[in-house]
Design a protein around this ligand. Structure first.
Ligand SMILES: NC(=O)C1=CN([C@@H]2O[C@H](COP(=O)(O)OP(=O)(O)OC[C@H]3O[C@@H](n4cnc5c(N)ncnc54)[C@H](O)[C@@H]3O)[C@@H](O)[C@H]2O)[C@@H](O)CC1
Ligand SMILES: Nc1ncnc2c1ncn2[C@@H]1O[C@H](COP(=O)(O)OP(=O)(O)O)[C@@H](O)[C@H]1O
Ligand SMILES: [K+]
Length: 505
């Protein structure tokens, strides 16, 4: 799914108006109807409404919504904020309609109104046309709306007013909404963790924008989806054997952190690898052999951490190496990793403590093979590449580092961002807060390493691995609840997840 900029959204609107019998005003009517239908479905229409309207088309939506709510018998009032000399054409048309049918519902905002108990606040002040920070009466109204957050439900139309669509809004005033009703496609602003408290729950409502414009307009950012993943997925051929699906070496675990190695190993197997060998410290031998009998084990000479990885000759038998979960950051491990990288040139998967080791040893980092996949969470990302002022700057840094170092790098989170060496940037939408539990990341490392071994390109293994990891987490949450599920439940639901990838699903 594509993420369009504010400019592209405007072009999509214009293209739809030009190439279909629908007028600009009719498109606004559709948008307003989609919002009122949603309000009715969610049973908000039993409450009074205060609709705050700007003077552009977002305000036009607000006026149309007020009229439609009135048509449904609701007690709705529109408060227009006079921030401009002239309202947009469609705003003027909707103003006239409301004035004609429900003149008592129209107000020009002078002072913030007294709101009756349970009044639902609709924010239709500014939409994608925001071109400077909100100030004056608009900023005051935003701040008054936000002061109602605990007592009233706040619903933003298209985007919370004050929030920029395509760039960071840190330190800018904006409405803080419980729900955002947006049209047709998600916006970049909705995917940024820094905006989480402002956008609330986002609901994307279709309004029939022209599919041709959407199909042929390239987007800088995309969200992966089921259709794309079904195209990437490689079904197994009947005469394949375990050698077909690669041999993984998983270097993981240390004293007290063998669980990370177990989670990663189980996930690697359940994601379909042909053979799995785990390199673990001596303390982990019984634990691994008992917990994951399908995995072979090589024990390090050290008892509590690993300090000697395979030689060039030994490493040849592995299709790829996954390294990091529970590894620890002992000096011996960095020394061993450095030695390994002197000869191992295949793309590998690097996570957790292995990333921490790289972040303190730039010379070792420089030896990481091209097309390797790095899987940092935000803190690990910061250790590797430094701090940024905001989420947009961090996305740019992510993309820049992936291109510069010829690596696939994924930045974990609600919408994991995935950058490949050719500059592509994708977001993943599967997954849920039930996965915010220790070990979920170790599961991801196992899955992605498994996919690389099975012959997926690094980019495809990253996109598909993150997608199925999240979807398995969604199945686990649906069956067990977000609270009760643990990281172990994610590989347990990989089976159901793979079934959704078959072409006939
Ligand atoms: N046919 C269409 O184009 C459709 C548009 N839609 C709505 O239209 C919105 C976009 O409409 P517009 O392009 O009119 O944009 P806005 O409604 O966001 O308003 C833009 C106007 O506000 C002014 N402005 C921008 N930032 C300001 C600030 N900080 N302080 C004061 N004034 C400011 C601009 O100069 C401009 O006059 C969308 O977000 C969506 O809600 C929907 O009705 C769907 C169809
Ligand atoms: N709220 C959430 N929504 C979606 N996915 C989440 C959420 N919280 C965590 N996750 C996913 O769970 C994983 C957690 O990884 P990580 O932080 O490395 O955990 P750990 O180090 O405990 O294994 C990531 O893949 C992340 O995307
Ligand atoms: K708005």
């Amino acid at each position: 799914m594509k993420i369009f900029t504010a400019l592209q959204i405007r072009e999509a609107d214009a293209y739809t108006i030009k190439h279909t019998p629908i007028s600009s005003l009719a498109l606004m009517e559709k948008a307003a109807l989609a919002c009122t239908d949603w309000l009715a479905e969610q049973h908000f229409t039993k409450y009074p409404f205060a609709v705050f309207c700007g003077m552009g088309n977002n305000g036009g939506d607000g006026l149309a919504i007020t009229r439609m709510l009135r048509n449904m018998g609701c007690d709705a009032h529109a408060y227009i904020i006079p921030h401009s000399q002239q309202a947009s054409e469609d705003h003027q048309a909707n103003y006239k309609s409301l004035q004609r049918y429900y003149p008592e519902s129209l107000h020009t905002l002078q002072t913030f109104p007294q709101l009756a108990k349970d009044t639902v606040i609709i924010d239709a002040i500014l939409g994608t046309g925001l071109n400077r920070p909100a100030e004056g009466l608009i900023a005051d109204t935003i701040s008054r709306i936000n002061s109602c957050y605990e007592q009233h439900t706040i619903i933003a139309i298209d985007i919370p007013s004050g929030l920029l669509t395509d760039t960071s809004s840190v330190n800018q005033p904006s409405v803080q909404a419980h729900h955002t009703l947006s049209f047709e496609l998600p916006k970049l602003a909705f995917l940024l963790p820094e905006n989480a408290v402002r956008i609330g729950e986002v609901h994307i409502l279709p309004i029939g924008l022209h599919p041709d414009y959407i199909a042929r307009t390239p987007a800088k950012f995309n969200i992966t989806d089921g259709a794309m993943m079904r195209d990437l997925y490689k079904p197994r051929k009947p005469f394949s054997h375990k050698g077909t699906f690669g041999h993984v070496l998983l270097i993981a675990g240390s004293y007290g952190k063998m669980g990370a190695a177990i989670l990663s190993a189980k996930s690697c197997l359940q994601a379909g690898v042909g053979l799995l060998t785990c390199h673990i410290p001596k303390c982990g031998y019984d634990i691994m052999q008992i917990s994951v009998p399908a995995a072979m084990c090589i024990t390090d000479e050290q008892f509590d951490h690993s300090s000697s990885f395979p030689s060039e000759e030994e490493a040849k038998k592995y299709k790829t190496i996954g390294i990091g979960p529970g590894l620890g950051t002992a000096a011996g491990s960095i020394w061993a990793l450095d030695k390994l990288l002197d000869h191992y040139r295949q793309p590998m998967v690097i996570d957790a403590d292995a990333l921490n080791l790289l972040s303190t040893n730039p010379k070792t980092f420089a030896k990481v093979p091209e097309n390797s996949i790095l899987t940092p969470h935000p803190k690990e990302f910061e250790r590797l590449f430094g701090k940024t002022d905001n989420d947009i700057a961090r996305l740019e840094l992510l993309s820049q580092k992936a291109v510069e170092r010829r690596l696939c790098i994924l930045l974990k989170g609600r919408y994991t961002a995935m950058a490949s060496p050719d500059g592509e940037l994708y977001f993943n939408a599967t997954g849920n807060p039930g996965m915010a539990t220790g070990g979920s990341g170790d599961v991801l490392t196992g899955i992605i390493t498994s996919l690389v071994a099975q012959g997926y390109s690094s980019r495809d293994a990253m996109l598909l691995g993150v997608y199925i990891h999240g979807l398995a987490g969604d199945f686990a949450a649906a069956a067990l609840s977000q609270e009760a599920m643990t990281a172990e439940d994610i590989p347990a639901y990989l089976g159901r997840t793979f079934l959704t990838l078959h072409k006939n699903q």
